[in-house]
Design a protein around this ligand. Structure first.
Ligand code: HEC
Ligand code: HEC
Length: 349
């Protein structure tokens, strides 16, 4: 059974990650200095660390990031010229100040056109097994092709983008400094990818708690973590991104789509659109919950307006259970403690 192998997987992964945190974390800490501007990490008391054997692990910075590429990628990410109408940038739908998403059920792209899907956060995406709700892009570089060409997102083409960027002296100089070949599809994608790899939310209260700081989170958040484990949320939302590493069906214990009552749209079929397998109908990449408390509305269809509604849907349709309001409150308080810092500042609503 899938669930059993998950549990074995979680335990094994927990042990491996736990061990690597103890042995590798100190060396990773050094590399963070070379990466982007980061929060000065609090000294960690490894002895008190409760990180071993936990289904959720602290986030660490990827080791080698070229800061100049990160900076160029950041500029491109915010540049409207990547869209056909020069009016939409990646940041239009992934607003870093709004948890890397856009607060609407489905995003608006070029010429005011609306897509079907809710925009996920771009924070911590490098930790996901794949990109998009249905996981159809295996890499971050591959993902970029999606919005660039999607007629309801940026509706553009590479020749068009390259021409626009080449007409900028500033871009020409920046690219020529970093890439022998100058402005190309590959160099554009590589720098945006470097920027995305730097979008890591470090030092969350929950991570500090895991690493031994008893006072980093409230008693309610600690109880909420226990509930999160007891109800079985960790079977799907786990690892350092609290999700992003498995595919699961939406509606395991009940027919979510029938109850939603708005019919089935092509995008509701999820992974089926990628694999064509019957068993992949309504299967999605389990999303990260790291910034869930900041990125309402929820789910691929943006159908849950509040975090409480999303938690209720999960308890009912993924776990076949009911929860008291108190338990929902505790889980929500735990989810809030997962929010970390970017450029040294805790992200907030
Ligand atoms: C018009 C709004 C819009 C624009 C512009 C846009 N995105 Fe997105 N982004 C979305 C939506 C909606 C999804 C989910 C689509 C899907 O799953 O099929 C998404 C998904 C993603 C993901 C996958 C995240 C995950 O967890 O699976 C990444 C990464 C991403 N976008 C980065 C970018 C980058 C980089 C750009 C600019 C080149 C960009 N986006 C432009 C709306 C947008
Ligand atoms: C069997 C796997 C599974 C279990 C168990 C599970 N989830 Fe989920 N969760 C998912 C999947 C899959 C999605 C994405 C569904 C979609 O968008 O269509 C999701 C989405 C979410 C979201 C919305 C995230 C976003 O950005 O849109 C929240 C919040 C959430 N889950 C919380 C929980 C909580 C809390 C629990 C425990 C009470 C839980 N989940 C249990 C698989 C699971």
């Amino acid at each position: 059974m899938k669930t059993n192998s998950h549990i074995v997987w979680i335990v094994l992964a927990g042990l491996c990650i736990g061990a690597s945190v103890v042995f590798v974390w100190p060396s990773l800490k050094d590399n963070t200095k070379n990466a982007t501007e980061l929060a000065a990490a609090k000294p960690i008391n490894y002895k008190a660390s409760r990180v071993l054997n936990q289904p959720i692990q602290p986030i660490s910075m990827p080791s080698k990031l070229d800061e100049r590429k990160v900076a160029l990628g950041e500029k491109l990410f915010h540049d409207n010229r990547l869209s056909s109408s020069s009016s939409v940038s990646c940041a239009s739908c992934h607003v870093l100040k709004l948890g890397g998403a856009d607060q609407s059920a489905s995003s608006v792209g070029v010429n005011g056109l609306q897509g079907e899907l809710n925009s996920p956060t771009v924070f911590n995406v490098a930790l996901n097994i794949s990109q998009f709700w249905d996981g159809r892009a295996e890499t971050l570089a591959g993902q970029i092709e999606g919005p660039i060409h999607n007629p309801v997102e940026m509706g553009s083409s590479w020749p068009d983008i390259i021409q626009k960027l080449q007409s900028s002296k500033e871009y020409e100089a920046l690219f020529n400094k970093l890439y022998e070949e100058g402005i190309t599809v590959e160099s554009i994608k590589e720098s945006i990818t470097a920027f995305e790899q730097s979008l890591v939310t470090l030092n969350s209260p929950f991570d500090r708690y895991l690493l031994g700081d008893e006072d980093a989170i409230s008693e309610n958040a600690k109880l909420g973590y226990e509930k999160f484990k007891e109800y079985g949320c960790v079977a799907c939302h786990q690892g350092s991104n609290v999700g992003g590493n498995l595919y699961q069906k939406l509606g395991i214990m009940g027919d979510y789509f029938a109850d939603r009552g708005t019919g089935i749209r092509p995008s509701d079929l999820g992974r089926y659109n990628v694999t064509g397998l019957e068993e992949d109908k309504f299967v999605f990449k389990v999303p990260s919950l790291r910034l869930a408390s900041l990125t309402a509305p929820y789910f691929h269809d943006g159908s849950a307006k509040t975090l409480r509604q999303a938690v209720q849907v999960m308890i009912k349709y993924q776990l076949g259970r009911m929860a008291s309001k108190r338990d929902e409150d505790l889980i929500i308080e735990f989810l809030e403690s997962l929010v970390g810092e970017y450029k040294g500042q805790r992200l907030e609503k």
